[in-house]
Design a protein around this ligand. Structure first.
Ligand code: WT7
Length: 653
């Protein structure tokens, strides 16, 4: 809660309410409160029943092992293979069912059935095995949204090798840091990606990253655009050649329930990304259970989560949850506005999408593009909508329901995190009355509390810290290589309870209203970025003496990155240096981290103890009254910054 205490204010007023449509409720998977109250009374029994959705090679002997809390373990003694659960077990009944309707940005398409996917995953698993990847191995994946991405993830799972997917928008440097921290021996990448009609030089970035990653012996390259790439013989191998040469016969070996499945790096409140560790049995149980229950999945649904697999949303709700449930999904490669602003609605119509899961930032973008874009398409098959990534403002919620959901589809506003692995708080669409802006209640088997600074539950309706108070199967197990940071980040402040890092309040009906992050983490377009990470990238530039970064409210992206920078003596503060600094951040972290605005200032506002007052900078850039500045050491600096903040609002991407 940085320098100014728990200033969690509730900005959303309670308004409209939407009970579940009777026909929807009647047919829903969960439509009785009793299911939820039973689960809450005995969460471990609930999760054991949910684990029964999966096919286990050996049953577990202990569901929840809390002997070494907070290093919890789930389903110990049990063995299963994640890839076999996502593929093999569907072959007898759903082998010819489409797992992915994939659509490339240029308009090319590929329908992959469960049998196709099984065949390709087995071949690629054998190919990886040929490169020395085995149980416990480490593979990094740096790709766009191509079919080879889930194939590579599942191939690793089949072998019991852990993977880390690095979002294709990250820079070479970010990839290098993650590969080294993870200890990858093989990288899977592609020649180039398609984004907004342009190519993204994934292999060229990967080549740069590999320069400083001596542990990686092979780079497997999927051919997507056919563009020219540099080639290092011996190290670089074509994905399609390995796949074609490999045997399709690859028996799925049983893995321990606690076998590491993947690590996904996410920003924390220090500069170093946190490697969130997820394991096999518990993670898949959480992803499969919530995917079925929250999205009320039926056999004939066509489900589309339009996230990127490079984030946890894509891991849990494009790859593992849907495939474990035998679902038919849509997967789209490119930008939402290419070649035109109705691209998504064309796709939804073409495949007859029934369930759509989007981020509020995308919804606000579509609102801005206008009602006519979805209106030009038949979206009548859509029966359920989802939202994830940040609080959704009631206006966007209502637009989503009216223009995409035909004024009828329930919306599930799902709260969760990379750390939680699966959805924790969400309405159940056949049971709960929806309130625009509220994420509803904890899911069955999930227990939460909202507490004040003293750790005591706050009085009804007040804002406080959101805690999860009972372990759940898809929880992170630790931070890779840093057990101490795992404990101090999540479990120390309120002992025995998981600190989510979000503010929240609960209304009289028990519905949750998320109030944003309480630490130095911003939420830009539904992605978590740490202010300190971007500050470090700025300070790394030779012209920069000091930098402070904040997220300022933005109508489309939720928060926009605003930077305040003091230059070293001898450097000229002009537009050129501003452009250079923005590019420098893109180079160090990736284009998503580029500050939207940079204000050059002779000094930064600091407390008497020398701490930068980010809260104050936020107020200045959002044009709020400056409130209490009595702890400020260098008061004159504020008015100087306020003057310059106007100029900042003119700068755009
Ligand atoms: C943070 C987690 C989980 C998938 C995407 C982001 C915010 C996420 C909601 C929501 C309000 C939300 C929180 C959370 N968040 N969903 N429905 N309502 N806030 O994953 O990068 O791990 O970020 O996103 O602040 O802590 P992530």
């Amino acid at each position: 809660m940085s320098e100014s205490g728990p200033a969690i204010s509730n900005l959303q007023a309670d308004g409209a309410e939407y009970p579940p449509p009777p026909a929807f409720a009647a047919a829903a998977r969960i439509n009785s409160r009793g299911v939820v109250t039973d689960a809450d009374a005995d969460p471990v029994a609930w999760w054991e029943a949910q684990a029964g959705r999966l096919t286990w090679d050996t049953p577990w002997t202990r569901a929840l092992d809390d002997d070494n809390a907070p290093f919890y373990r789930w389903f110990t003694g049990g063995t299963l293979n994640v890839a076999a659960n996502c593929l093999d077990r569907h072959l007898p009944d759903r082998g010819n069912t489409v797992a992915f309707h994939w659509e490339g940005e240029p308009g090319d398409t590929l329908a992959l059935t469960y049998r196709d996917l099984h065949d390709r995953v087995c071949r690629f698993a054998n190919a990886l095995a040929g490169l020395g990847v085995a149980r416990g191995g480490r593979v990094a994946i740096y790709m766009g949204m191509v079919p080879e991405l889930p194939i590579a993830m599942l191939a690793c799972a089949r072998l019991g090798a852990a993977f880390t997917v690095v979002f294709g928008g990250f820079s070479a440097e970010a990839l290098r840091e993650r590969m080294n921290d993870f200890g990858a021996t093989v990288l899977v990448t592609q020649d180039e990606g398609w984004r907004g009609g342009k190519t993204v030089p994934l292999k060229a970035n990967a080549d740069d990253a590999l320069d400083g990653a001596p542990g990686v012996t092979h780079s497997v390259v999927a051919q997507r655009t056919g563009g020219d790439v540099n080639w290092t013989p011996g190290r670089d191998l074509w994905f399609h050649e390995l796949e074609a040469a490999a045997s399709p016969d690859c028996p799925a070996e049983p893995m321990d329930a606690e076998q590491m499945l993947f690590v996904l790096y996410t920003s924390g409140s220090t500069g170093k990304p946190k490697g969130i560790v997820h394991t096999s049995g518990g993670y898949l149980t959480g992803a499969a259970s919530t995917h079925a229950n929250v999205f009320d999945l039926r056999d004939d649904d066509v489900y589309w989560c339009a996230a990127d697999i490079g984030w946890i949303t894509g891991h849990s709700y494009i790859v593992f949850g849907p495939l474990a449930n035998g679902a038919t999904s849509v997967m789209y490669e490119g930008a939402p506005g290419h070649p035109a602003q109705d691209r998504l609605w064309g796709i939804a119509e073409r495949y007859g999408v029934t369930i759509l899961y989007l981020a509020p930032t995308a919804i606000r973008l579509f609102m801005k593009w206008g009602d006519q874009e979805p209106a030009g398409h038949d979206l009548s098959r859509i029966r359920l909508l989802g939202s994830v990534g940040e609080p959704i403002n009631p206006e966007a919620w209502e637009w989503y329901r009216e223009h995409i959901g035909g004024d009828a589809a329930p919306i599930v506003d799902t709260w969760w995190q990379t750390e939680t692995g699966s959805i924790m708080i969400s309405p159940l669409p056949g049971l709960d009355t929806l309130k625009p802006g509220s994420a509803g209640k904890t899911l069955p088997g999930i227990h939460a509390e909202i507490v004040g600074e003293d750790g005591q539950p706050v009085a009804g309706g007040e804002g406080g810290y959101l805690l999860l108070t009972h372990p759940w199967p898809s929880m992170l197990r630790t931070l890779l290589g840093d057990d101490d940071r795992y404990v101090s980040t999540y479990w120390e402040r309120f002992p025995g309870k998981y600190l989510a890092g979000d503010g929240c309040r609960q209304d009289a009906d028990g519905d949750m209203w998320l109030l944003g992050r309480i630490d130095d983490v911003m939420n830009v377009s539904g992605h978590r970025l740490s202010t300190i990470e971007i500050e470090s990238a700025l300070v790394d530039h030779p012209a920069v003496a000091e930098a402070a970064v904040i997220g300022r409210a933005d109508p489309v992206t939720g928060e926009a990155i605003a930077a305040f920078v003091t230059l070293r003596d001898g450097f000229e503060g002009d537009d050129r240096i501003i452009a250079e600094l923005r590019d420098h951040v893109a180079m160090r972290i990736g284009a998503i981290a580029k500050p939207k605005s940079i204000v050059l200032t002779p000094d930064l506002p600091k407390t008497r103890s020398g701490k930068i007052m980010r809260r104050l900078l936020k107020d200045v850039s959002e044009q709020r009254n400056l409130g209490d500045v009595t702890t400020l050491a260098n008061e004159e600096v504020v008015s100087a910054i306020a003057d310059m903040a106007d100029a900042m609002r003119g700068q755009e991407d």
